[in-house]
Design a protein around this ligand. Structure first.
Ligand SMILES: [Zn+2]
Length: 170
């Protein structure tokens, strides 16, 4: 009998170790970010599905067209070389090569990695006429585009950091 209890406790111990390893793995797992992820097949999810996938801030920006505070976001002052992916569906959107110092307090780019990956529509909210930029694949709100950007495009893609995930070049 004693031997059985001993065997059981070892078994339970091993199971506990394995399950905690699994939890750690999931938490540390980086989202799969790849420049080769080019599919533009639409990703459609319900509001509650998005809520489970995104942080409250990501949900507010991407799914509720929110805007984060300037100068208090992850990437406005990020000068690392790498790429920016959609925080909702991980579609590659922008490169550090087209990022510039706009002084606005939001990450700003003069062009997307691929024009097809972002969609533009007219946004008349807040008494302004602006070009709203969404992710072509998941429809997530990313920010706005303005005509006061630098050469060579003259465009300023003013993005929310929370709508993006940055991956540093390896
Ligand atoms: Zn997306």
């Amino acid at each position: 009998m004693k031997k059985n209890i001993f065997q059981y406790s070892i078994l339970i111990g091993i199971m506990l170790i394995l399950s905690s390893m699994r939890i750690l793995n999931v938490k540390n797992e980086d989202p799969k970010l790849s420049l080769d992820d080019k599919s533009l097949v639409k990703i459609i999810k319900t509001e509650s599905e998005w809520k489970k996938l995104l942080s409250p801030n990501q949900f507010y920006i991407l799914r509720k067209k929110g805007t984060e505070a300037p100068f208090q976001n992850a990437y406005y002052n990020n000068h690392e070389k790498g790429n920016y992916f959609c925080a909702g569906c991980h579609l590659p959107l922008f490169s550090s090569k087209t990022k510039f110092e706009s002084g606005t307090g939001w990450p700003s780019f003069y062009a997307p990695l691929d024009k097809k990956n972002v969609s533009e529509s007219v946004d008349n909210s807040h008494g302004m006429v602006r070009g709203e930029i969404t992710c072509t694949r998941c429809g997530g709100h990313l920010g706005h585009v303005f005509n006061d950007g630098p050469n060579p495009t003259g465009l300023r893609y003013c993005m929310n950091s929370a709508a993006l995930i940055f991956q540093k070049n390896k």
